[in-house]
Design a protein around this ligand. Structure first.
Ligand code: GLY
Length: 427
């Protein structure tokens, strides 16, 4: 008989996206994890709870009664201070505190943090007055990006091709208040043209260990055309970040951020995601996220060759420096997001999805905007599924993922046809 020398733990995952389904898939493989609960979850996540995901008291009560280790997926509860509330109830929860989450919840806070700590980012100014912002534009001889300060579900960043577009963006955020109070202040920053990639690390407040590199596809249409979305697909690893560049990003951005946060009295525990723009081999931070990327999480989880739970626990306990170097599968992984046609605008819901049984067993279909009703899986959101496959090369991972995509159907299914091509073009 094999003896166990550790107590099993239950997991409570907060969130409802593809990222949370992928996290639960990976955590379910841990020898230390017993039951996984999800709140609110989706049609694919295990043991969805009917308690209010926005009510920390209900979540705390459940976590206490069920000996849960809680894992928070999205930024909104982190920005609202869920980690602080759980900590003050002596409950184990993975993710940054409210103060540390400011790196994502206030773009102005993050830009000022980078400026005062010498972390590479583009030039910028801050405004709360549209006339002054427009006057400032006239003094610039480069294109800009206009950003709402607060959380805007990934929509508060407007990349401008001309002064006219920039003036429109200023009005959209500061005058029309399209993003509500999140747009009370804006950043106008220099637009840096280059190659975008995602660099995600796991930190315990003192050290940060890199996760596998990845690249997202943010626009809705092939060839990176059309409006921004939450992400239409991702692959890992990305050739865009070679070993030398990874070392530079790790040392000059990630490690520097964690140390500077610590020096400012804020411990950053959790996933730190730097959205990076690479120009002439120099990395610039476009933005920080204080969580795993979605859909980057899906291919990263498929390549992860270690027990995620051990590392999440080490992040909370401040013991990451004593953990072995994380191992990654050599294969590439590709996630193709299947969305409802119309997304990121309006789209139909409640359409029955079929074909799950025809997908090969080694392909993961992570659910996002889905729900279960009467034994059926129905579409229930903009991004619906993330079909994620491994392959010996990026090319074969693309082929495996799209092979499985063909098996799944519903009336208004939409996906990009070129996920991963940006990486292939790089070789
Ligand atoms: N994939 C972009 C994000 O997670 O914000």
């Amino acid at each position: 008989m094999v003896k166990r020398y550790f107590a099993l733990v239950n997991i409570l995952i907060v969130g409802s996206g593809g990222r949370e389904h992928a996290l639960s898939w990976k955590l379910s493989q841990s020898r230390k994890v017993d039951t996984i609960f999800t709140v609110p979850g989706n049609g694919g996540t295990p043991n969805n709870l009917s308690i209010d995901a926005d009510d920390p008291d209900g979540l705390i009560d459940f976590a206490k009664k069920n000996n849960c280790f809680t894992v928070v997926g999205p930024e909104a509860p982190l920005a609202a201070g869920i980690v602080d509330e759980f900590n003050s109830n002596n409950l184990k929860i993975f993710g940054p505190s409210r103060k540390a989450a400011q790196l994502e919840s206030s773009k102005i806070w993050a830009k000022n943090f980078m400026r005062r700590n010498g972390i590479s980012t583009s030039r910028f100014e801050i405004f709360d007055d549209a006339q002054k912002a427009k006057k400032y534009l006239e003094s610039l001889d480069y294109n800009v990006v206009v950003k709402a300060d607060g959380l805007a579900a990934g929509k508060g960043v407007i990349v401008c091709n001309s002064d006219d577009e920039a003036r429109l963006a200023i009005d959209t955020i500061l005058v029309k208040k399209t993003f509500g109070d999140a747009g009370n202040r804006i950043i106008i920053e220099e637009r840096i043209d280059g190659i975008e990639a995602s660099y995600i690390a796991l930190s315990d407040g003192s050290v940060a260990i890199p996760m596998a590199t990845s690249q997202d596809h943010k626009r809705i249409f092939d060839g990176d055309k059309g409006p921004n979305t939450g992400g239409m697909g991702a692959y890992s690893p990305t050739p865009v970040i070679d070993d030398l560049l990874a070392k530079k990003i790790q040392e000059e951005i990630i490690d520097k951020t964690i140390l500077a946060m610590k020096n400012e009295g804020i411990q950053f525990k959790g996933f730190l995601y730097a959205g990076i723009m690479i120009r002439d081999n120099e990395p610039f931070v476009l933005e920080y996220n204080v969580r795993m990327g979605d859909p980057e999480c899906q291919p990263i989880m498929m390549r992860m060759d270690f027990d995620l739970y051990d590392y999440l626990e080490a992040s909370i306990d401040g013991t990451l420096s004593s953990m072995p170097q994380p191992a990654w599968k050599k294969e590439s992984a590709v996630c193709v997001v299947l969305a409802s046609e119309g997304y990121p605008g309006s789209y139909p819901s409640n359409e029955e999805i079929s074909g799950f049984d025809s997908v090969p067993n080694d392909v993961c279909v992570f659910h996002a905007g889905t729900k279960r009703r009467d034994g059926k899986i129905l579409s229930n959101g903009g991004r619906v599924l993330g079909v994620t496959a491994l392959g010996d090369s990026l090319e074969s991972a693309i082929s495996n993922a799209y092979g499985a995509v063909e098996k799944i159907s519903w009336p208004h299914k939409y996906c990009r046809k070129d996920i991963g091509q940006k990486g292939l073009a790089y070789f």
